[in-house]
Design a protein around this ligand. Structure first.
Ligand code: GRF
Length: 203
């Protein structure tokens, strides 16, 4: 049987990408990472992909006249590989509404807060500045807004008095790296159902 095909979009460090690669290697992902899409050719995640023998489509947005132009190339690469799920893992660029619509229900993102609290940039800094006692991680469908799509899974962590941005980020990353491959495996098993804003995971 053809493996369930995944594309990861990332811009930076790639700790979530690496956790997905590790899960693929251990069999826990239940699918195959067919490609990495990266808008920063020098990002560490590109090197991680090469080490894992994952195809890379890296591009510089400034080399294109418009977002539509590079997204058309991305879509062609995805189609060529029969990609079924797009997994955003620290992809620091908004996708166009036509791209999001075309892949509706097939793009997910991981965000370091309990959405709808603290969307957008520096979610951990926002949570600390607000003084919340709990924050966490959300995996959600991507829609046309900024971190507004239906929630698929969430995990909470407590914020202690002696915490700072680094210590919270470290715990958040640990949680992310366990949660994201699990959610992807639910997709690979065909267990995720979306009804309006409500997501259910079938047994
Ligand atoms: C993660 O914290 C994720 O929640 C956010 O971007 C970060 C990516 O980190 N969307 P990494 O590149 O996977 O290490």
């Amino acid at each position: 049987m053809k493996p369930y095909r995944i594309a990861v979009f990332a811009s930076g460090r790639g700790s979530n990408f690496q956790a997905l690669v590790d899960a693929q290697q251990s069999g826990a992902l239940g699918g195959e990472i067919s490609m990495l899409v990266c808008d920063k050719p020098q990002a560490p995640v590109v090197e991680l992909a090469h080490e894992a023998n994952v195809d890379v489509f890296a591009f510089q947005p400034k080399d294109y006249a418009s977002k539509e132009d590079y997204e058309r190339e991305i879509a062609a690469e995805l189609q060529q590989r029969g990609v079924e799920l797009i997994v955003l893992a620290g992809y620091m660029r908004l996708l166009s509404s036509s791209f999001v619509e075309f892949y509706s229900g097939r793009i997910i993102n991981i965000h370091p807060s309990l959405l709808p609290a603290f969307p957008g940039k520096d979610a951990i800094g926002q949570a600390l500045a607000y003084g919340v006692k709990m924050t966490g991680v959300t995996v959600h469908f991507v829609d046309g807004g900024m971190d507004t799509g239906p929630v698929i899974a969430q995990r909470a962590i407590e914020i202690q008095e002696d915490d700072n941005a680094e210590t919270v980020a470290a715990r958040i990353h640990q949680v992310e790296q366990k949660l994201y491959y699990e959610v992807v495996s639910w997709f690979a098993q065909g267990r995720v159902a979306l009804n309006g804003r409500n997501v259910t995971i079938k047994n």
